[in-house]
Design a protein around this ligand. Structure first.
Ligand code: ADP
Ligand code: MG
Length: 391
């Protein structure tokens, strides 16, 4: 699950990570109010920041410096409601519903600090770079020597000398060095305890006063761990998510939209992957990944049909269900019932295999609905081929 910058900063603040405080606003009035309060506390310049689940906001025009409360008002009215396009939003962009008002920091230098899992090494890795404010992918490509890494042994945890080595690699000295070490230790603790998949600070800033502070923050949380973080789960912002994927989640379906022409509905992630391969071998392109999970019943199958058919590129649907615990005849009844409730406008190919597969096929063949049934995967693939018109 992705979080907004302001939410990530709230979480990090609780872990003692030095982040820049700010105020969230959903209207221009709230933004002006926030700026006035910051002004009363001594701020003279402000930054207005679009809150969307994507980085690169600065380049896209979603981060603006304001030299007065009037300028905050001006930027807030421009940014709120704009469709912000960055390299991470895709060409359609993302609607800005919230902004963050913060003090403008006197920036001496910008750094990058990130924590994630290194799957190859089976260890978490902390990466730092003195090339902050720039996309880390670009740094990795052009000047890989500017990235320093420390791998964390899961049985030992982050050791202080590792944090010192990283702070040293950033060229920090004196009080900034101490703050940098503390920053890295606290960031790593936050990453571990919140079950994050990534915690990224870009930029971490060295101020003119020699302090070290996070000006931006990104945290993604492992969805599978959300059950033990009620407070974080409550921060979910479904406006930022793909509406079809949200709907699928509500029905307990794992759905990822892809760009192809053959919709597929499968039980089990492994079978879903294999089915997508079969579709490609048959000359099609999978339109989605859809795992209905253990319960391939009428209700989930119907929700699956509705979701798949929202995609205009779909020219055929392949249902590929393995009846292990759930018997194929029951799945067939579910498919027929679901197909009766949904107006299926494209060829429907159903392949059932496993317990009572023959009975399942017979039910499909006897039904009034136009279903191409199959028992073997090869048959199913051939039927997909003829449905989408490739030989
Ligand atoms: P994004 O990564 O989405 O572009 P950032 O929060 O990193 O958004 O902001 C982009 C750039 O804007 C930063 O690299 C920094 O130079 C500048 N910036 C952001 N917040 C502040 C701030 N509070 N004070 C001064 N400069 C800022
Ligand atoms: Mg940034």
């Amino acid at each position: 699950m992705k979080l907004h910058e302001y939410q990530a900063k709230d979480i990090l603040n609780e872990y003692g990570v030095a982040v820049q405080p700010g105020v969230v606003a959903e209207s221009v009035d709230e933004a002006v109010e926030a700026a006035k309060n910051l002004e009363a506390e001594g701020a003279s310049m402000f930054v207005v920041k679009a809150q969307i689940h994507a980085g690169g906001r600065g380049k896209g025009g979603g981060v603006k410096l304001a030299r007065s409360v009037e300028e905050v008002e001006e930027h807030a009215s421009n940014i709120l409601g704009m469709t912000l396009k960055t390299h991470q939003t895709g060409p359609e962009g993302q609607l800005v519903r919230k902004i963050l008002i913060v003090d403008a920091v006197d920036i001496e230098k910008e750094f990058y600090v990130g924590v994630t899992l290194d799957r190859e090494k089976s260890m978490n890795v902390i990466m730092v770079s003195s090339e902050g404010g720039v996309e880390i992918e670009t740094v990795a490509e052009e000047t890989p020597e500017a990235i320093h890494k420390a791998w964390i042994d899961p049985t030992i945890g982050l050791r202080p000398f590792q944090a010192r080595r990283l702070a040293f690699a950033l060229g920090l000295e004196g009080k900034a060095f101490k703050q940098g070490v503390r920053f890295i230790m606290a960031l790593y603790k936050a990453f571990e305890e919140t079950d994050s998949t990534i915690a990224e600070i870009n930029p971490l800033v060295l101020t003119g006063d020699g302090d070290v502070i996070a000006v931006d923050a990104k945290i993604n949380i492992d969805d599978n761990a959300l059950f033990r973080h009620d407070d974080i789960a409550a921060m979910r912002d479904i406006h930022e998510e793909d509406p079809t994927e949200v709907e699928a989640g509500e029905h307990g379906l794992s759905y990822i939209k892809l760009d192809g022409n053959v919709g597929c509905m499968v039980n089990g992630a492994g079978l879903a992957m294999a089915t997508m391969d079969i579709i490609k071998l048959a000359g099609g392109e999978p339109a989605n990944f859809l795992d209905v999970g253990g319960s391939a019943n009428a209700e989930t199958v119907e929700a699956g049909f509705r979701i798949i058919l929202k995609d205009e590129n779909v020219e055929a649907i392949l249902v590929n269900i393995f009846g292990g615990i759930v018997r194929c005849d029951r799945v067939a009844k579910g498919v027929i019932q679901a197909a009766n409730n949904v107006d299926i406008t494209v060829p429907l190919i159903v392949r059932l295999q496993g317990t009572n597969a023959e009975e399942g096929k017979a039910l499909l063949d006897e039904s009034d609905i136009e279903i191409e049934s199959a028992v073997l995967l090869k048959e199913a693939a051939e039927k997909v081929q003829s449905a989408i018109g490739v030989a």
